[in-house]
Design a protein around this ligand. Structure first.
Ligand code: SF4
Length: 378
């Protein structure tokens, strides 16, 4: 979110354990090897019949149990690595979730916040404010009030900032044009109304943002139809991406989409068109799109604001697809706000928040420009 604002909302872990499920968390090799020496870890791996899988010279992967959760997730939904070892051996990825921190050109610390977190996707997004780690709470406050996830309260600022990137003074706005940081913050503040408005789709709001980035000014195209065939084509292109397991032919002509990591059962593709999009999820979808537009990590590594808009355009299409898929699996006729919230978490997990391939795709200013042209060329 726009980190210039003083009215941030603070993240508080709900211990739902959802971020510790369904995907194999990477862990640094030295931490994995230190953990393997611990008797409680050896016992845990024996009990679950799992082992830490080496992925490369630097990284291991933590396996999932039969219940599809991290092998180190305790029965009380707390991380056993943190409970038994403190933060030292906890994977880097888990220590910072749901934040990715960068430094603004003025030296301030700012956070991209992943909506793969249930608390963020269900509630915090709708505040339309920067979401930040809760500052360390004075000990005088009652523990009931001051509960903090230990990962957040123990991290010292220098650890948090050890390897963060800095957003340059001038960021790329379009393919060839740069803008300064202050101007970008003003632009972002101006976009907020379009996403908070009760009327209009997420695509319409993005269309206005796209228009505000061009020299033509803030006049959006007269007609914008949400969920166009162009957006659908991009959705199909990216749906094959997470594990490269589906061809476009399968997605267009196949009977089912069978990705057990995402859905517990094969998804009957032909039922997707029967599901109605319910407007009740649109506000959340717009809040998610606005959150994506306020991310800075892409800008810190040379991506453009146009790329952020293109990424948000694809993400909105993917959320619509996943929300409808969830409705199909529940035999529902229309999507609900809960479907949209779950779909946002899936899209963050498999695309916008955690997939390096997706991030790298949009890091290219040219690809960002191309996708935006494809989405809004009418
Ligand atoms: S290592 Fe801990 S925090 Fe990370 S996924 Fe496993 S249980 Fe969750």
């Amino acid at each position: 979110m726009n980190q210039d604002s003083n009215s941030a909302v603070y993240f508080q872990c709900q211990l739902c354990g959802e971020c510790c499920s369904s995907w194999n968390i990477p862990i640094e090799a030295e931490k994995a090897e230190a953990l393997l020496q611990k008797s409680w870890v050896q016992q845990r791996l024996r009990d679950t019949g799992r082992h830490l899988q080496r992925q490369s010279a630097d990284m291991y992967r933590i396996p999932l149990t039969d219940e599809n959760v991290c092998v180190f997730l305790g029965a009380d939904r707390r991380c056993l690595v943190e409970v038994n070892e403190g933060l030292t051996l906890k994977p880097h990825e888990c220590q910072r979730f749901p934040f990715a921190t960068v430094k603004a050109p003025d030296g301030n610390t700012i956070h991209d916040t992943s909506a793969a977190c249930k608390s963020v996707s269900e509630k915090l997004l709708l505040a339309f404010q920067p979401i930040q780690p809760r500052p360390k709470v004075p000990e005088t406050i009652s523990p009931a009030v001051s509960f903090l996830p230990e990962a957040m309260s123990e991290i010292r600022p220098e650890e948090w900032l050890a390897d963060v990137q800095t957003v340059p003074d001038r960021v790329w706005q379009t393919l060839f044009r740069q803008t300064d940081w202050e101007t970008l913050q003003k632009l972002r503040a101006g976009w907020k109304d379009w996403f908070q408005a009760d009327v209009g789709s997420a695509e319409e709001a993005l269309c206005r943002v796209r228009a505000s980035l061009t020299k033509a000014g803030k006049t959006p195209p007269a007609q914008f139809k949400a969920s166009t065939w162009r957006q659908q084509a991009l959705v199909l292109y990216f749906l094959r991406k997470p594990y490269q397991s589906f061809s476009l032919f399968e997605l267009l002509h196949g009977r089912t989409y069978n990705d057990p990591r995402v859905f517990g059962e094969p998804l009957p593709l032909r039922d997707m068109n029967k599901v109605r999009w319910s407007p009740e999820g649109e506000a959340l979808l717009k809040a998610f799109a606005y959150n994506l537009l306020n991310r800075n990590r892409l800008l810190a590594v040379g991506g453009s604001v146009q790329s952020l808009v293109a990424m948000a355009g694809v993400a909105v299409g993917l959320v619509r697809w996943y929300a409808k898929a969830l409705a199909v699996l529940q035999n529902a006729e229309a999507t609900t706000q809960a479907d949209v919230s779950t779909a946002i978490r899936l899209v963050e997990r498999y695309y916008t928040g955690h997939q390096p391939r997706f991030f790298q795709f949009f890091q290219s200013r040219f690809r960002g420009w191309l996708v935006l042209r494809w989405l809004y060329l009418f």
